[in-house]
Design a protein around this ligand. Structure first.
Ligand code: GLU
Length: 303
């Protein structure tokens, strides 16, 4: 059933001429081919269903913020929420305005300011944050070859002025414990992680599987922590379009400016879609459409 539905979606979405443009504020991302499209679904019984360019790696960007948050939550438990909130921002992902009005306390871990605060926690807690964060993501993915993309990292490091502004603003409110340089560096590394849609749907299965890794059986987050992480994705995973995504798709998920979206149905499946052109809010235009078609055709959503 899943395979047929993915193929139908591919046929319906592929010819659509939708307005959208690759992110170009990170120059390396502007080079991606706008015609690439891939969708992969992994069901909780471990079966994979794929259509399109599912073997090509793409830049996870903000999707990877979910993994950094997962690690910080695992290490610190509820104490993580002293550093970052759980409210949707309703603002663009890199907005400074709310942060200034709210004394430098980031609304949630999935906007840039929140992910920077999470990277700050990881630097405080881990001996070798860059290596251990990557190893953690590799473990979630069940793939030892998942890696940072050096070119994307360098490209964002050379141009990430807004993120520098965010972290300095937080630092001015005493919200960042470490030097800003290493925190930014870990953040840029995190955003540069790349995966195929197949690897990403496999990695997201954890959140559909109540916090347990489906392959090894290891419990990464408790059931309650997983529910909470999913709730944050539901309300905060799509920048200032989280309401629209809930309305049209009805699943918790996270998008990134690399054109990827990962989402999940608790107890059923995880799904990853990739198509680089983004709408004005930074979400993949065809990705949103594909996931809307998926939940419509399946007749299941979490609502
Ligand atoms: N690295 C990107 C940035 O910080 C991530 C943005 C995103 O994917 O939403 O601007």
């Amino acid at each position: 059933m899943f395979q047929n539905i993915l193929e139908e979606i591919y046929q319906e979405v592929k010819p659509l001429i939708l307005n959208g443009q690759q992110a170009d504020y990170i120059p390396e991302l502007a080079k991606t081919d706008p015609l690439k499209f891939a969708i992969s679904l992994t069901s909780t019984d471990g079966k994979h269903y794929d259509v399109g360019h599912t073997d090509e790696k793409f830049s996870l960007q903000s999707i990877a913020k979910v993994f950094a948050f997962t690690l910080a939550y695992k290490i610190k438990g509820d104490a993580v929420f002293k550093h970052v909130g759980v409210e949707p921002s309703g603002d663009p992902f890199n907005s400074l305005i709310q942060l200034e009005q709210e004394d430098g306390f980031p609304r949630n871990p999935l906007i840039n300011a929140g992910a920077l605060a999470v990277c700050d926690i990881l630097i405080s807690e881990l001996k070798n944050p860059e290596k251990e964060l990557l190893q953690f993501i590799q473990k979630l993915a069940g793939h030892p070859d998942i890696n940072y993309n050096h070119k994307v990292y360098e490209s964002e490091k050379a141009t990430g002025y807004k993120n520098r502004a965010l972290i300095h603003l937080m630092k001015s409110f005493d919200r960042i414990q470490n030097d800003t340089g290493p925190v930014l560096d870990l953040y840029f590394k995190l955003c540069s992680v790349e995966m195929t849609t197949r690897e990403l749907s496999q990695t997201f299965l954890l959140y559909a599987n109540h916090g347990q890794l489906p392959l090894s059986g290891e419990q990464i987050l408790t059931k309650s922590q997983t529910k909470r992480t999913n709730a944050i994705m539901q309300t905060c995973g799509f920048y200032d379009e989280a309401g629209e995504f809930s309305f049209r798709v009805g699943l918790p998920g996270k998008s990134g400016v690399g054109g990827g979206i990962a989402a999940l149905h608790p107890g059923r499946y995880a799904v990853a879609v990739w198509s680089p052109p983004l709408n004005s809010k930074g979400n993949s235009v065809k990705g949103m459409k594909a996931l809307e078609l998926l939940t419509t055709k399946l007749g299941w959503s979490i609502f």
